[in-house]
Design a protein. Structure first.
Length: 633
């Protein structure tokens, strides 16, 4: 049931004497737009949803009962309406989510056309009851003036221009002049009430407008304290200028300045240290205001003059005899540059104390640092630059705002000349196991650079298969070619050619993707003829590898079928191969250790039989078949 109010000036809460008539939780508390009162509605008390509503009137520090909600409920939503009413909707009760929705009608809603008036202005009121009326309603007015310095409240009915207001049947009160504001009203608030009780009230205060300016008292130099001037003025005769003023220059805040002047204007000077970046920085100032004066603020920019930017030569990947660029950065603080007056000037690139090139400062060159300032100098390294590291220095000439400066001496290494490698393995990338393939390589490099290493290494399936010896072009051009004959390993997926870095030439590499055609096979059959039942069918499967070894565990795949004509007598699965290396013959005879390559106890009808043994083939090995004509007696 307790009410508390937060007091910003003390950064604390204060418990009020007023108490809710119905203690509650899960309710809404909505400020009324028209008079600053607060509606407390719904929620639950003693474990039951409530429909009661109450209004807190801060001017009398009391709670008064208001109308009932359309249905008791907890966790509802509420929003203040512009006419002073409150919309309450949703929530839940014992039956679950609620569809209930209702509006607390505000009665007469009064509002001044301004929350702040100034001397010589006329305070004007307007209002509405939010509905049509059966007849006009006249309500008496009363006015109170509150001294915000002493807290004293006095009746000011003699200041009223009209003693009452009449709400027409339309329900809308037209704008009505209530009182003339005079200079003595500065620092006061006025509360207007309509009706015998507190049917409605409206409030406004009387303050003077202020203007704030922030400017350098002296020219601002990069790296030095900035002497700033903050000027506060009010529109009228001298007035109490208490309150605080603060200023910000760039990323630095000045100490807060407390005022206690009785004047029409007040000037404060202070120093902020130190903006090291040149160019333009943002400034801002703020006056807190008081009961006599409205708050004010100012924002602008100042120029930090006479800076010296940083100049550096960026690292560069230079290659022998390859046209390159030396990148120079002139580093300004991006936030300090005036977009309407970008830096200008020239850059001079020197080597051994001699200027070798000049270029204007480019404002549209986006560098790695994200600062669009710098220049690019073309440079092609020679053989001498490869042997002795070249060193450079850059001087920025400056302009009317930015001083000249030199960069440190920077040495850039020169890498080996770029090479290109063109390769071939014949007309097709599909190869037959065991066939001889001619692999060729063509190496190119800048004509003026000599060649040292003359070998291109060829690897396939992770193993070295050839070394191609290069023969340089007899005319002296940067071209060398060579070839070699290789047998590609079993199931090679790629052939890699590599020229290792040698002397002044860089590494070069190229890869050709390959596919192996299925390896051919030969099936042999051995059945005695004539024969008697039962008899044995023997067979041998040969893999025609062309003398190329097969890795251990190679899965031949497929199966062996033994048939009498078209009738399948048996199907046998081939196990994985052991490691087989055969460098002398072009075939590998495969007899499975668990399948002895035979079918025993074969019983067939008497007469002439056509016995076939067929290998079905697999993705890696081609199918094959053998036939024998047998006479069974």
């Amino acid at each position: 049931a307790e009410l508390e109010v937060f007091l910003p000036g003390r950064d604390a809460f204060e418990t009020l004497e007023a108490k809710l008539e119905h203690p509650r939780q899960g309710h809404i508390a909505v400020p009324l737009e028209t008079n600053g009162a607060v509606l407390i509605a719904g929620g639950s008390g003693a474990g039951q949803p409530l429909s009661t509503t109450e209004i807190f009137e801060p001017w009398d520090n009391r709670i008064v009962a208001a109308g009932e909600l359309t249905a008791p409920r907890v966790a509802l939503a509420g929003v203040a309406l512009e006419d002073g009413g409150v919309l309450a909707l949703g929530g839940r009760n014992a039956d679950g989510a609620s569809r209930s929705c209702g509006v607390l009608t505000p009665g007469i809603a009064l509002r001044f056309t301004q929350t702040r008036y100034r001397p010589l202005e006329v305070a004007v009121i307007q209002g509405s009851v939010g509905t049509t009326l059966p007849a006009p309603v006249t309500m008496a007015l009363s006015l109170q003036r509150i001294n915000l310095t002493t807290g004293v409240t006095v009746a000011a009915n003699d200041r009223l221009l009209v003693q009452s207001i009449t709400i027409p049947v339309s329900g809308n009160l037209p704008q009505t002049a209530v009182m003339n504001v005079v200079r003595d009203d500065i620092g006061h608030d006025f509360v207007l009430r309509a009706g015998r009780e507190t049917a409605a009230q409206a409030r406004f205060g009387v303050r003077l407008t202020t203007a704030l300016t922030l400017s350098p008292a002296l020219p601002v130099i990069a790296g030095s304290p900035a002497r700033m001037r903050l000027t506060l003025t009010a529109d009228g005769a001298p007035v109490n200028m208490s309150g605080t003023r603060t200023a910000v220059v760039g990323a630095r805040s000045a100490a807060t300045i407390t005022l206690s002047d009785l004047a029409a204007s007040s000037i404060s000077e202070f120093s902020i240290c130190c903006e090291t970046a040149p160019g333009v920085v943002q400034t801002s100032g703020r006056y807190s205001g008081n009961v006599f004066l409205e708050p004010s603020s100012v924002a602008g920019t100042i120029i930090i003059g006479n800076p010296a930017p940083a100049v550096r030569i960026a690292p560069a990947a230079l290659r022998l005899q390859e046209p390159g660029q030396i990148l120079v950065e002139v580093q300004f603080d991006a936030a300090s540059i005036d977009p309407n007056a970008p830096p200008r000037g020239t850059l001079a690139l020197s080597r051994n104390g001699t200027v070798i090139a000049t270029a204007p400062l480019a404002n549209n060159l986006v560098l790695d640092s994200g600062i669009p300032r710098g220049a690019l100098f073309p440079f092609t390294p020679s053989a001498a630059d490869r042997r002795t590291t070249p060193c450079f220095m850059v001087e920025y000439a400056g302009d009317s705002r930015y001083t000249a400066i030199r960069s440190p001496i920077t040495c850039l290494s020169v890498g080996p000349a770029a090479t290109g490698l063109q390769v071939s393995i014949g007309t097709s990338t599909v190869y037959t196991l065991g066939e001889n393939r001619t692999v060729t390589a063509r190496l190119t490099w800048p004509d003026s650079v000599g060649i040292v290493g003359r070998t291109v290494n060829v690897t396939a399936g992770g193993q070295s298969v050839a070394a191609i010896t290069l023969t340089p072009d007899p005319t002296g051009r940067g071209i060398a070619t060579g070839s070699a004959s290789v047998k590609l390993p079993f199931q090679t997926g790629a052939v890699v050619f590599t020229y290792p870095q040698s002397g002044d030439l860089s590494l070069a590499s190229n890869t050709i993707r390959t596919t192996m055609a299925p390896v051919s096979t030969t099936m042999l059959i051995n059945v005695p003829s004539p024969t008697t039942n039962p008899f044995t069918v023997r067979y041998t499967l040969r893999l025609n590898t062309g003398g190329v070894s097969l890795p251990p565990g190679t899965n031949v795949g497929g199966s062996v079928q033994i048939l009498d004509g078209t009738e399948v007598l048996a199907t046998q699965t081939l196990p994985a191969l052991p490691g087989i290396s055969d460098g002398t013959s072009n075939t590998i005879t495969f007899e499975a250790p668990t399948i002895p390559g035979l079918l025993t106890n074969v019983i067939r009808p008497l007469g002439q039989r056509t016995i076939r043994v067929r290998f079905t083939g697999s993705p890696l090995f081609a199918a094959s078949e053998a036939t024998a004509v047998v006479t069974v007696q």
